[in-house]
Design a protein around this ligand. Structure first.
Ligand code: SAM
Length: 215
């Protein structure tokens, strides 16, 4: 069977991607739904989550991705490896994130990574970037205190924009001296990270801890 054509970019603002997804029954997906969960927003082919889920069986991993064909392939790969701590969900994070977080058991989401998001360089396209004030607010509303947010990009302006949006929110506190985190705290690099280093490029990273909610 020929593989379906996979578009390089999709515009998350088109009508097609505004339809909320049906949420899965998580008890049918994870062997232990009460384990801490790492959410990777914009996981593409999911190679990072596939590797880290094998290295850290004591955690669950959930990759969100707007290109459906990639999600289908990634879940097939997960099934072939018989992993019960990993799932990929086709969704528009800008539409579905809050409902996804609310559907998971309270307090389980301990890590959120947003790694090398599409930069959408043209000024008129910046609204297509995944890190928008509403996405930051959804994380602020739903994450437990002590959770980690990890951001990285090879485009300094994009890294700065995401970092500023989180830094300006009272629920997030930068865990390192500004501007950038010197090392990746995760044991596995993403595909984009490897490609950036192969070209000799720089990576701009930041890390936040979620503060307790004030009354
Ligand atoms: C440049 S790729 C980076 C992939 C991976 N994180 C890495 O570092 O190798 C960004 C991914 O985010 C996905 N994406 C963009 N906007 C999204 C959205 N609103 N919701 C979910 N995924 C999105 C894109 O389809 C793409 O696969």
């Amino acid at each position: 069977m020929p593989r379906p054509r996979i578009r390089q970019h999709v515009n998350p603002l088109t009508r097609k991607f505004q339809q909320p997804i049906a949420l899965p029954d998580w008890t049918q997906i994870y062997a232990n739904l009460q384990q801490p969960l790492h959410l990777d927003i914009g996981c593409a082919r999911g190679r990072f989550t596939l590797a880290i889920a094998q290295a850290q069986p004591e955690m669950n991993f959930l990759g969100l991705e707007i290109r459906e064909a990639l999600v289908t392939e990634a879940n097939d790969c997960r099934d072939r490896k018989k992993l019960t701590n990993l799932h990929y969900l086709f969704c528009n994070a800008n539409v579905d994130l809050k409902r996804i977080l609310r559907s998971l058991p309270s307090g389980v989401v301990q890590w959120v990574s947003i790694q090398f998001p599409d930069p959408w360089f043209k000024k008129r396209h910046t609204k297509r970037r995944v890190v928008q004030p509403e996405l930051v607010q959804a994380l602020a509303d739903e994450l437990p205190s002590g959770a980690t947010i990890f951001l990285q990009s090879d485009v300094e302006a994009v890294a700065l924009e995401m970092t500023t949006l989180f830094a300006e929110h009272p629920r997030f506190s930068l865990t390192h001296s500004p501007p950038w985190l010197p090392e990746n705290p995760l044991p596995v690099p993403t595909e984009r990270e490897l490609a950036t280093f192969a070209k000799g490029g720089a990576v701009y990273r930041s890390r936040f801890e979620v503060r307790g909610k004030s009354c």
